[in-house]
Ligand binder design. Sequence first.
Ligand SMILES: *[C@@H]1O[C@H](CO)[C@@H](O)[C@H](O)[C@H]1NC(C)=O
Ligand SMILES: *[C@@H]1O[C@H](CO)[C@@H](O)[C@H](O)[C@H]1NC(C)=O
Length: 366
Amino acid sequence: MAATFALLLLLILSSSVRAAPDAVVSRIAFGSCANQSEPQPIWNAVAGFDPQVFVWLGDNVYGDNKRPFRVFGRERTVGPWKNVPRFYPSTEEELRRRYQLARAQPGYARLRERAQVLGTWDDHDYGLNDAGKELSGKVIAQRLMLDFLDEPEDSKRRKQAGVYASYMFGPEGKRVKVILLDTRYHRDPLLSDGTILGDPQWQWLERELHGPQSEITIIGSSIQVVSNLSATTGPLFYVESWARFPRERERLFRLIDSSKRPGVLFISGDVHFGEITRFDCGAEYPSYDVTSSGLTQSVENSVPEVFQPLMRLLAILTPTTMRVLSPNCQYKSCTIGTILSWVEPYKYESTSVDNLFCFTEFLSFF
Ligand SMILES: *[C@@H]1O[C@H](CO)[C@@H](O)[C@H](O)[C@H]1NC(C)=O
Ligand SMILES: *[C@@H]1O[C@H](CO)[C@@H](O)[C@H](O)[C@H]1NC(C)=O
């Protein structure tokens, strides 16, 4: 009898650790670009914020492999005379092992006990740098990624083509909807100005945006939605973004606008620095895109230490990353070195871990 009672008490106690389905979600942390083989001290900062929800925005592990930068020699990875690709995919076994390393990161393991973890992917965890729908290993990659996120075996997310998903949190009056896009599984080649999401995902997104209302709707996209960094940095280098698929991006804003849904904002990752961008002609209200920096990766650390001060300077001097298509339309951008507070109804915080470009991103509401 006493044992039964103790067991019952234990059950009640343990079930109260996880938030009730309609408990208020007021703190969401998010991040991208985490090298599973590197130390990840950034989880301490995430734990300090005590989020109820954490969102992975892609490059959750680095699943592909990179050959050295080589202009001469037998395996040439750079220049018009290159004879091997710079990146190549891993085997299934290797990808699984990398996810295991990521799960074993002690800070992340602790976070999983306290917060609900959601996620989508980007190119490197999908399997290959800049890859889209053509990638042959995508079915296996989807299974391994959903295993990493503890997606239930009977989840419909395991049966569909791609990892897009949506979640509704909170009681009436304080609802937060999180929509996670898959920008890989159906994506046409870069420069094609084709599709990013593919038809089934577009139809799904339309239903999600027209569906039950929420005070706040967060759309998670691995790649930046508002920024057009390539317009500033090309032809030297290009980053992936919605701006490189102008028709698709236009369609996204038209859909949000026609849904009349209030409080839609984007979160994104990928670029290894934090940034907030704002576009005033997407919907009836300004569209914000809050980009997380890398969890381990930073622009600054991509060059040898002697060049890092130069890298900082270049980043600070880089002009606003959007080019204005229409003179009547405002684009604004700031890297988070300069902005630390957020406009209502959101509050925005970022915590620096070791340098200017390695932050973790926090949103709070209500
Ligand atoms: C990840 O970290 C390992 C160990 O430091 C390193 O060898 C590898 O190049 C890193 N990968 C990326 C993509 O940064
Ligand atoms: C992004 O910049 C490129 C290069 O300047 C331009 O061709 C493209 O139209 C821009 N896209 C958007 C959506 O602003």
